[in-house]
Every structure is written in structure tokens, then in C-alpha cells.
Design a protein around this ligand. Structure first.
Ligand code: SF4
Length: 457
């Protein structure tokens, strides 16, 4: 039982009490995972989890975010809801003492985790945001119901080069009386001949004029945070905030390198998806997120050194594009004989280190412009091809999100480039928030993909 395994929630119950009896040391948010299912997170009953204490801590950290936000409020802190940019505004907010940032967009996963038993989607329906929108519409229901997170003291939202879904939902939120500090990210383009260009994280580039524009927009965010806290958010504070974010990103980068390349696979796809999600806003506690990811990395290093893993050695390395609305599909990939060997979950700019050798706001502007969602799908496809090579992918899954408008043709652009440049088999699947009814079809398509990849080796 101590060797790496994937276990059910029931198995975790037994293991948890054994670990406790053996002296397991836990933070305040620790406890058996089963209690979350008892409070409504019913999807946990369908998942298979890594059996290590660091994975237990990771899940408990993820599933106690709401408590953490209420605690921060009760302690007199300010809460900032950062919407849409996924990785930049949160770094700025965390740079101020006594400020906690979170992404209300994270409600995206509530219909999955709580198996649609919350009423959030029904409220969104009633407000005209129906299922023709992507699962982020759950955020609207969450705001109106006052559920899943406290009402933020400040809401900021990036606009401009954003998807129709988010734009419509954020505007609806504003019309309901939620004041929003808007800032704009332009559609990233290549510099024209003779136009000054700036390198961005992630191997991208943009015209210097666009970087200057975003920097001015982030000045608005800085001013909003200063007004909220009555404290100056100077460059020294921002630089320290960037240094902390980079510490997390370096740990996550090493975790990805090991988990995606070592044979046997030292950590399953489900925990890797959760670990990557922490990069967006540190799950509302930056210092603890660094501890959680550090412990997970220690476990993966230990397993790698001992040649231990959670999957069969012949599991086929699969690169995954887009987050899944139903977490269970990460288990299904592995049950079909695959393993995750890389991912592009729409927020790759939150994984890249923020430049630390230039002015902080300039560095954050460059990071914001490196968002895969503000540029052309071909830039995403280029990065996916690079990462497929880096991590030795043998197949690529492009997972579509029901109702998502972020790019009507991105799947074709990505699949074509992967096939043309790498000659890898690809498949597109659509994953709804609860995939049980679609699971047989998803399995068939993943099994066919993996079989096809095996035949090529
Ligand atoms: S349409 Fe795409 S980018 Fe927009 S909120 Fe939905 S999943 Fe995110």
C-alpha cells in the first residue's frame, strides 16, 4: 500500500486513518478526502487518486479554497477577484500584504466537482446565459447565489482579446451591479517590418507598442489595488511578488519535467492537472502553494530515483490540449493505456517564469501578452509542437469544451500542425462537465488513438 498506487476515495479513507495513526502531520486544512464528498463534492467518488501524503495535501488544499477565502476576509484582508487573464493580475494582487486574489473563473469546474447539484447553471440560464456558453457560465450563478467564494472587495477583468463567452458573462455581471475594473489586452500580433518588437515569455514576440499599451493598462490595475488597500504598490513590492511567483513556477516546471518524462510515470494525469491549476492564482494562498508543490516535487523525485511509478512502463505518452470540464477524463486516459506527457491547458503563460531583470510592470505586461488566448491559434499550435518534441509525445488529444467560443477553428489548426510537423496521431473529443453518458465513446476514441500510436513504434 505504500508503493505508488492510484486509489479510490474509499481506499483513501482507510489509508488516511493508517497514516494518521502513524503520525501524519497535516496543515489546518488537512483531513480525510471523504469529508469533501460529504459536503457536496460528489465527483470525488468517481475518481482515482494518487496515494501519497503530498497528493492528499494537494487535494485538501484545492478543496478548501472557499474556507481560505472566508478566513482571509475574517482576518481583515482584502479579496480581489481577478477574471480572465489567468496569471498576471493575481501576481500583482499577491504582491501587497494582506491581499488574497482568486479567479472566479475557477467556478468553471464546480458543475463537475459537485455533479451539477448547485443550481449555479440554472441561475445562469435564468439570466440568459444558457448552455450555448462554456462552463464558465457557472461563475455567474456563483456570484448571484453568493456561493463558492465571498464577494470580492475588488473585481478586475481583462477584456479586448478575449472570448465571446467571457466577455458576455462579465458584462452581464456588471449589469447586475458588480463593479468591475476593466483592463484591456489587445490581440497579439507580429511586429511589422521596421516596427520595434519585444521578446515575450514562451518564445513569443510582440510589437513594443503593444507591450507599452498593456503596461499602461496594468497601471490601472495597480492604481485600483492601491486604492483598495490604501498602500503604494511600488516596484520593490511587485518585484518580490514576481520572485515568489517565479519560485512556484520553477518548482512546477521541474515537476512537469519529471512527471511528463520519467518511466514509469511517477505521478498521474489528474494530480498533474490540479498542480498546474495552482499556477493561476496559487489557490488563494501563495506561500502554501509553494509548500504544496514542493512536497509533490519531492515525492516525484523520490519515486523517479527509485524507478517507481503509478502506471505501467508501456503507457503511451500523450500530449493534452485544453482543460477537461470533467476531471474523470484524466483517469480514463490512463485506463486506456495512455499517460500524460505534456499539456496546454489555456494558461501556459502562467507556467513560464516572469522576466526578473526588467522593470516589474514591463515584465508583467510581457507576461500578459504571452497569454495563449490573446494571440492566434497558430502560436498555440507552435508551442504545442515544441512541447510535444520536448516531452516525447506519441499522440495528441485535443479536448473540446462544450459551448466554448475561444476559437471556432483552433482544433483544426492545432491538429494540422501536429500532423504535418510531427506526424503524430491526433484525436478530438468533447468533454462535458459530467462525461458519464459520453464515456464509452471517449474511451473508444482514446483507445484507438493509443493503439495507433503503439503501432507506429
Ligand atoms: S470560451 Fe474558452 S477561453 Fe472563454 S471562458 Fe470558455 S473555456 Fe475559457
Amino acid at each position: 500500500m505504500n508503493s505508488p498506487h492510484q486509489i479510490s476515495l474509499d481506499d483513501w479513507e482507510i489509508r488516511y486513518h493508517r497514516l494518521k495513526a502513524g503520525g501524519l502531520n497535516e496543515p489546518w486544512y488537512g483531513g480525510p478526502l471523504s469529508r469533501h464528498a460529504g459536503r457536496g463534492d460528489k465527483r470525488l467518488l468517481s475518481l482515482r487518486f494518487d496515494n501519497s501524503p503530498p497528493a492528499l495535501r494537494l487535494w485538501n488544499f484545492l478543496l478548501t479554497e472557499e474556507e481560505r477565502l472566508h478566513q482571509a476576509r475574517a482576518a481583515g484582508g482584502k479579496i480581489v477577484g481577478a477574471m480572465k487573464d489567468l496569471g498576471t493580475a493575481a501576481v500583482m494582487a499577491f504582491s501587497l500584504p494582506n491581499v488574497t486574489a482568486f479567479y472566479p473563473d475557477g467556478a468553471w469546474w464546480v458543475p463537475c466537482i459537485m455533479e451539477q447539484g448547485t443550481g449555479d447553471l440554472e441561475v445562469a440560464d435564468a439570466l440568459g446565459i444558457d448552455e450555448s456558453f462554456c462552463p464558465v457560465r457557472a461563475m455567474l450563478g456563483a456570484f448571484v447565489r453568493g456561493a463558492h467564494f465571498p464577494r470580492p472587495d475588488l473585481l478586475v477583468c481583462s477584456v479586448g482579446a478575449t472570448c465571446d463567452d467571457f466577455s458576455a458573462i462579465a458584462q452581464r455581471l456588471s449589469s447586475l451591479g458588480y463593479p468591475i475594473l476593466w483592463w484591456e489586452a489587445p490581440h497579439r500580433r507580429r511586429a511589422e517590418a521596421g516596427e520595434a518588437a519585444v521578446d515575450l515569455p514562451g518564445g513569443l514576440a510582440a510589437p513594443a507598442a503593444q507591450v507599452r499599451f498593456v503596461r499602461r493598462q496594468l497601471e490601472l490595475v495597480r492604481a485600483g489595488l492601491e486604492e483598495l488597500t490604501d498602500r503604494k504598490l511600488d516596484d520593490a513590492l511587485l518585484a518580490e511578488g514576481i520572485a515568489q511567483a517565479n519560485q512556484f513556477r520553477r518548482l512546477l516546471g521541474e515537476l512537469r519535467r519529471l512527471a511528463y518524462t520519467r518511466v514509469p510515470c511517477p505521478l498521474g494525469a489528474l494530480e498533474m492537472l490540479v498542480a498546474e491549476m495552482l499556477a493561476i492564482h496559487f489557490c488563494s494562498d501563495r506561500a502554501e502553494a509553494i509548500v504544496v508543490i514542493g512536497q509533490l516535487l519531492d515525492e516525484v523525485r523520490r519515486r523517479s530515483a527509485l524507478g517507481l511509478g503509478v502506471l505501467d512502463e508501456c503507457a503511451v505518452p500523450v500530449f493534452w490540449v485544453n482543460p477537461v470540464a470533467d476531471l474523470k477524463v484524466m483517469n480514463i486516459l490512463e485506463e486506456c493505456g495512455g499517460r500524460l506527457c505534456g499539456s496546454e491547458f489555456l494558461f501556459s503563460h502562467a507556467l513560464d517564469e516572469i522576466p526578473a531583470d526588467i522593470e516589474p510592470l514591463e515584465a508583467l505586461a510581457r507576461t500578459a501578452l504571452a497569454d495563449p488566448m490573446v494571440g492566434p491559434a497558430s502560436d498555440r499550435a507552435e508551442r504545442i509542437c515544441r512541447e510535444c518534441r520536448r516531452f516525447g509525445a506519441k499522440a495528441v488529444v485535443i479536448s473540446r469544451i462544450p459551448g466554448a467560443s475561444h476559437c471556432a477553428t483552433e482544433s483544426d489548426i492545432i491538429a494540422d500542425m501536429v500532423r504535418n510537423r510531427l506526424d503524430l496521431p491526433t484525436v478530438e473529443i468533447e468533454v462535458p462537465p459530467i462525461c458519464d453518458a459520453d464515456a464509452p465513446g471517449i474511451r473508444t476514441r482514446l483507445e484507438a488513438l493509443i493503439e495507433s500510436a503503439r503501432q507506429r513504434t
